[in-house]
Ligand binder design. Structure first.
Ligand SMILES: NC(=O)c1ccc[n+]([C@@H]2O[C@H](COP(=O)([O-])OP(=O)(O)OC[C@H]3O[C@@H](n4cnc5c(N)ncnc54)[C@H](O)[C@@H]3O)[C@@H](O)[C@H]2O)c1
Ligand SMILES: [Zn+2]
Length: 392
C-alpha cells in the first residue's frame, strides 16, 4: 500500500429539570469581518479556535505562531484533497498527505491501523504534529490515531464541512465505529489548534452543507435567540456561501460549543444540551439503517419533534415553534418519514436510554435561546411527537 497524492488506504473500513441558557452573543457587523479567536480551556491546557477568511493561506505561519512547527503529517480524504490540496500542499511543506477513504465506513479500526503504519513509515515522533484536514470523519479518525500513537501526538483540526466547523472539531472527542455501533471506541484528545476557514465550504456538496446548518440552528435554539434570528434571516446568503455572512455565524456556533464543552469536558451534565434534537434524530438514523438521512437532517426532524413535545406541555411558546418550523421548512425538504414506524423509533430511543444507564435525558427547549433537561418524558408524549414529524 502506498501513501501520497491519489494513493489511499484501502481498508473500509459513531433529574430534576435544570435550566440552561447562555448569555446572548453580541453581533457586530464590523467585528464580524475579522477573525474570531476563542480560547478553549480543558483539564490539561488550552487551545485556540480560529475562525476567519484567509486562515488556510497562512496555515504554516499559524502553526509556527502556535509552536506547532515540528514535522507535520497531514491526514485528509480524496474529495477534500482534490478540492483544496493544490492550495494547501505547498503551505504544509509539500509532503504528500495520508489519505483515508471517504465516508463514514472509513471511520473504523482498520483505517486507524493503516494510519499507524503511515506514522511509522514517516518516522513520527512524540513531537510530530498531525494536521487533520476534512470533515468529521477525518477529524475523528485522525484525532483517534493521534491520541493513541506513542500515547498521544498533537493534532491540529482543520475542519472542512460546516458540521465539523461548528461541532466535531471542538471538544476533543475522537473515535471510530464498530460493527456493533457508532463511536463505540474513542478517546478524549484535545486538539492543539482548530482552524476554521469558511471559504472551504464553497466546494461542499449542498446536501452536506445543509446538514451542517441544522446543527447551527440547534445552537440558536439551545443558547442564542440572536444567532437563531441571524440564521433564519440570512438563509439566501448562507446558501450562497457568502463568507462575510458565514464567518460570524460559524464563530458564534463555535463559541457556544466551546462554552458548553468547557463547562463539562467529559460529558457528564451540561454537555447534554448539545443533544437537543438528537434523541429522536439518532432513532431516525438507526431505524433507517443510517442510509436515508444525513445526521443533520435527522437532527432537524428531531428538533421539530422535541419542540412540538415541549409546546404540547405548555413549556415552549407556539410562536417559537412556528419560527423553528419556518426556518426548517425554508431550508428545503427533508427525507420522507411516513414509512417509518413510531414503534420502531420508540424501541430505538429506549435502547439509547439503556446505554445511558436507564434514564432518558430529553432536551426540551423552553424558548428559542434556552433549554432544560427532562427525565419524565412519557411514551405517549414521544408517540405524539414522532407522529407530528410524519411517522406512522
Ligand atoms: N467528535 C465529535 O465531537 C463529533 C461531533 C459530531 C459529529 N461527529 C462525527 O462527524 C462525522 C460526520 O462528519 P461530516 O458530516 O463532516 O461528514 P464527512 O466527514 O463524511 O464529510 C461529508 C462529505 O463531505 C466531503 N467534504 C468534506 N469537506 C469538503 C469540502 N470542503 N469540499 C468538498 N467535499 C468535502 C467529504 O469528503 C465527505 O464526502 C460522523 O462520523 C460523526 O459521528 C463527531
Ligand atoms: Zn449532531
Amino acid at each position: 500500500m502506498e501513501w501520497g497524492n491519489g494513493a489511499m488506504l484501502q481498508s473500509h473500513c459513531g433529574i430534576a429539570p435544570l435550566p440552561h441558557s447562555i448569555a446572548p452573543l453580541p453581533h457586530c457587523p464590523i467585528a464580524s469581518l475579522q477573525m474570531t479567536h476563542i480560547d478553549v480551556t480543558h483539564a490539561t491546557g488550552r487551545y485556540p479556535v480560529l475562525v476567519g477568511s484567509g486562515l488556510l493561506a497562512r496555515l504554516d505561519a499559524l502553526l509556527a505562531e502556535h509552536r506547532l512547527v515540528s514535522d507535520t503529517i497531514v491526514i485528509s480524504c480524496p474529495p477534500v484533497w482534490r478540492a483544496h490540496g493544490p492550495a494547501l500542499g505547498p503551505v504544509l511543506g509539500g509532503y504528500p498527505p495520508l489519505l483515508i477513504p471517504d465516508g463514514e465506513r472509513a471511520k473504523a479500526l482498520p483505517t486507524v491501523a493503516k494510519l499507524y503504519e503511515g506514522f511509522v513509515s514517516r518516522k513520527a515522533e512524540r513531537s510530530t504534529v498531525v494536521v487533520a484536514i476534512g470533515g468529521g470523519v477525518v477529524g475523528d479518525v485522525a484525532g483517534f490515531a493521534a491520541a493513541t500513537y506513542l500515547r498521544g501526538l498533537r493534532v491540529v483540526q482543520v475542519p472542512t464541512t460546516l458540521l465539523a466547523q461548528v461541532d466535531s472539531a471542538i471538544g476533543g472527542k475522537t473515535g471510530v465505529n464498530l460493527a456493533a455501533g457508532k463511536n463505540l471506541v474513542g478517546a478524549f484528545h484535545a486538539p492543539s489548534l482548530v482552524v476554521c476557514e469558511p471559504a472551504v465550504l464553497a466546494t461542499l456538496p449542498r446536501r452536506e452543507f445543509r446538514a451542517g446548518l441544522y446543527e447551527a440552528i440547534k445552537y440558536g435554539v439551545i443558547a442564542s435567540r440572536p444567532l437563531f434570528d441571524q440564521l433564519a434571516g440570512s438563509l439566501t446568503a448562507i446558501f450562497a456561501r457568502d463568507v462575510s455572512v458565514l464567518t460570524p455565524l460559524i464563530g458564534d456556533c463555535c463559541r457556544i460549543k466551546a462554552d458548553v464543552v468547557m463547562a463539562d469536558e467529559h460529558e457528564q451534565g451540561r454537555r447534554r444540551i448539545l443533544n437537543f434534537g438528537h434523541t429522536v434524530g439518532h432513532a431516525l438514523e438507526a431505524i433507517s439503517k443510517y442510509r436515508r438521512f444525513r445526521h443533520g437532517e435527522a437532527v432537524g426532524l428531531g428538533m421539530l419533534a422535541a419542540a412540538t413535545l415541549s409546546q404540547a406541555r405548555g413549556e415552549f411558546p407556539q410562536d417559537d415553534l412556528e419560527a423553528l418550523r419556518t426556518v426548517i421548512a425554508n431550508m428545503g425538504p427533508l427525507p420522507a418519514t411516513n414509512d417509518l414506524k413510531v414503534s420502531e423509533a420508540l424501541d430505538a430511543i429506549l435502547l439509547d436510554k439503556k446505554v445511558a444507564a436507564g434514564t432518558l435525558h430529553f432536551v426540551l427547549p423552553t424558548h428559542i435561546g434556552g433549554t432544560r433537561i427532562a427525565t419524565d418524558v412519557t411514551r405517549k408524549e414521544l408517540t405524539a411527537a414522532l407522529t407530528s414529524i410524519g411517522l406512522r
